[in-house]
Design a protein around this ligand. Structure first.
Ligand SMILES: *Cc1c(COP(=O)(O)O)cnc(C)c1O
Length: 397
């Protein structure tokens, strides 16, 4: 089929909930994607932070293939080796003690919220607790996740949402303190706000929120769905700070292409929150996705990808810095590791589109940020190639 035929057929049948770019991807290899016309693209989006190992990694794909032939699914009524191995991998990587597997990031957020509510319910003997979330946060598209997402246009058409959510200002500890009380069961935040525009938490904020949570027995839910799994230069981004969360949510690169998420909790939380009957999922943590999780975590360690990111990210930041010096409309850059944003006063959507035409996949975040989420295997060579294209696109504005 021709590209336009594909697109026409897609728009005829897919619910138009995304404005898709005019490209039909066919396959990928390493850092590169190929469309149905055979055109090659350098990928600095990773399918929104998912494809940490790039495309077509043989070791990874072989692990998935061998699991397909063994068993795809059994349900959570039974044990199976992949879920046992994946659980060990995720508790080790997150520094938490117990894990529950989900089908997506949003569903991990839902589980984290239910866990915090049940914890406070058991402690106080009644429900009705509040959650503090952050402005410009993003936690997913299900009703519970939207309820803690601090961007009005994601929320406005869907009221009434989950009750009892209050919004504080990210990186402003006092704004959290005035909302915190004995009624608060959880504070939820990303370590690095992603969709909101690539804002890393400050050290004072992270450590201040942790202290506040300790004082009032509030559970700290850290959403690492985008910034976790090596992207920040540590296995989980909160490990760049001197804190331990009570609950960590993870997804995206956890499955590195396979739809899986998880929320992981400390022993203290596991001991007095959800019990059998409180929560469940049919597919969550099935043998196929858990084979992926066990493999992605072990490969990330074997390949030293967090260290590679930590070592190479300053080079990426230098390149961004150079663009802010060269172009007046590039006003700032922010980020950590391979999660970087370039703030632009020209239309970001146009920049993303032009990059795509020139064979570079990049993303946007918020209204005015060009977002770079390269696969973690990206080296200086690919960074050079990406910035040559980006520079030539920006020079046209
Ligand atoms: C992507 C994302 C989610 C939602 O994950 P889905 O798998 O799309 O449901 C939640 N939180 C953060 C920080 C994200 O980046």
């Amino acid at each position: 089929m021709e590209k336009q035929q594909y697109i026409d057929m897609a728009e005829e049948n897919l619910f138009h909930v995304y404005n898709r770019f005019s490209v039909v991807f066919d396959h990928g290899e390493g850092m590169y994607l190929y469309d149905t016309d055979g055109k090659k693209y350098l990928d600095f989006g990773s399918g929104i932070g998912v494809m940490a190992f790039g495309y077509g990694n043989k070791e990874y794909n072989d692990a998935l293939k061998s699991q397909v032939d063994k068993i795809l699914h059994t349900s959570n009524l039974y044990y199976h080796p992949p879920v046992i191995e994946a659980a060990k991998a995720v508790t080790d990587a997150t520094g938490m003690d117990k894990v529950f597997f989900t089908n997506s990031g949003a569903e991990a957020i839902e589980g984290a919220i239910k866990t915090a509510k049940k914890y406070a319910f058991l402690r106080d003997g009644f429900a009705g607790h509040e959650i503090i979330a952050m402005n410009h946060s993003f936690h997913g598209r299900t009703v519970g996740a939207v309820s803690v997402t601090g961007t009005d246009h994601y929320r406005d058409p869907f009221y009434p949402l989950m009750d009892g959510v209050r919004f504080a200002t990210f990186n402003d500890l006092d704004s959290v303190k005035v909302l915190a009380s004995k009624k608060t069961c959880a504070i939820i935040m990303e370590t690095i706000q992603g969709e909101g525009g690539i804002y890393p938490a400050t050290k004072e904020f992270m450590e201040g929120v942790r202290k506040l949570c300790d004082e009032l027995d509030i559970l700290l839910i850290i959403d690492e769905i985008q910034c976790g799994m090596g992207r920040s230069g540590k296995m989980y981004a909160y490990q760049n700070y001197n804190i331990r969360p009570d609950i960590v949510t993870t997804a995206k690169a956890l499955g590195a292409g396979v739809p899986v998420g998880a929320f992981a909790v400390t022993d203290k939380v596991a001991a007095s929150s959800l019990v059998p009957g409180d929560h469940g999922t049919t597919y969550g943590g099935n043998p196929f996705v858990c084979a992926a999780v066990a493999k992605s975590v072990s490969m990330m360690k074997e390949m030293d990808l967090p260290e590679h990111v930590e070592k190479t990210a300053p080079y990426l930041e230098e390149k961004l810095e150079a663009l802010t010096k060269k172009y007046e409309f590039a006003t700032a850059h922010r980020g950590m590791g391979y999660m970087q944003g370039l703030v632009l006063t020209i239309p970001v959507g146009e920049v993303v589109k032009k990059c795509l035409e020139k064979g570079l996949v990049v993303l946007s975040a918020g209204k005015d940020v060009l977002r770079l989420l390269p696969p973690l295997i990206a080296d200086k060579k690919e960074i050079d190639e990406a910035f040559t294209i980006l520079d030539s696109v920006l020079s046209e504005f």
